[in-house]
Design a protein around this ligand. Structure first.
Ligand code: AP5
Length: 221
């Protein structure tokens, strides 16, 4: 990875972290690690973690730190993480951030580069109500801003599109509450460490793309 740093995409549900993490990971040839995707995969496969996480995710709450941290540590120990990674949706609590710092330090990665995606709540709710995901490759669409060419099917692999159960308006409300209480304080944690960059993620995708590229190219030096 040219950046030689771990990237962390921080921000509320629907801010566009997943959309941009996929693009950046592809551009830099590094892994996109989404704890949400990992947990949804565990739920779909009915693993022990999946069974524990399913009702918590359905309520829009955060899965306990010990479960998420064990899953992330196991994932980072695999060889395909050696060239770097973009974290999307992790860390989400102070204990997760502190543990990640220890892991990065131990692996010689040093301080991460953190991007905070800022978006007003009304935009988030609108985005999440229009989101459709590919059931095969996880490609992300939006009926309003980024529709697929053929309704209901993925442009990339033809997979069927679905709506996430936690994108129901009542659950979105609870996810936003969890974000404000447990995750928003991480911005201050990273600001104090001098690694926080804020992006206006309410802008159009191409503009967010450009803002991110500018931050990353500065970081590359
Ligand atoms: P997770 O899957 O991580 O969800 P999230 O953080 O709530 O974020 P989202 O995936 O909903 O949104 P996003 O920011 O990725 O937006 P996207 O790019 O899709 O977590 C789900 C659950 O898992 C949690 O509630 C929790 O229970 C559990 N969990 C996960 N990680 C955990 C952890 N670390 N600890 C504990 N529990 C954990 O974009 C949204 C929509 O907007 C799309 O339709 C997209 O096309 C559109 N869009 C994107 N950018 C733009 C733009 N610039 N303009 C217009 N539209 C846009």
């Amino acid at each position: 990875m040219a950046l030689k740093r771990a990237l962390i995409f921080l921000g509320p549900p629907g801010a566009g972290k997943g959309t941009q993490a996929k693009r950046v990971a592809q551009r830099y040839g590094v892994l996109h690690l989404s704890t949400g995707d990992m947990l949804r995969d565990a739920v779909a496969r009915g693993t022990k973690i999946g069974q524990l996480a399913k009702p918590i995710m359905e309520r829009g709450e955060l899965v306990p730190d010990d479960i998420v941290l064990a899953m992330v540590e196991e994932r980072l120990s695999r060889p395909d993480c050696a060239d770097g990674f973009v974290f999307d949706g992790f860390p989400r609590t102070l204990p997760q951030a502190q543990r990640l710092d220890e892991i990065l330090e131990r692996r010689g990665w040093g301080k991460p580069l953190v991007i905070d995606f800022e978006v007003p709540a009304e935009v988030l709710i609108r985005r999440l109500s229009g989101r459709w995901m590919c059931s095969v490759g996880g490609e992300i669409y939006n009926v309003l801003d980024h529709p697929p060419k053929k309704i209901g099917f993925c442009d990339v692999d033809g997979g069927k599109l679905y709506q996430r159960p936690d994108d129901q308006p009542a659950v979105v409300k609870d996810r936003l509450v969890a974000y404000e209480r447990q995750t928003r304080p991480l911005a201050e944690y990273y600001r104090k460490r001098g690694v926080l960059n804020v992006v206006d993620a309410s802008a159009r995708m191409e503009e967010v793309d450009r803002a991110l590229a500018a931050i990353l190219s500065r970081a590359e030096g």
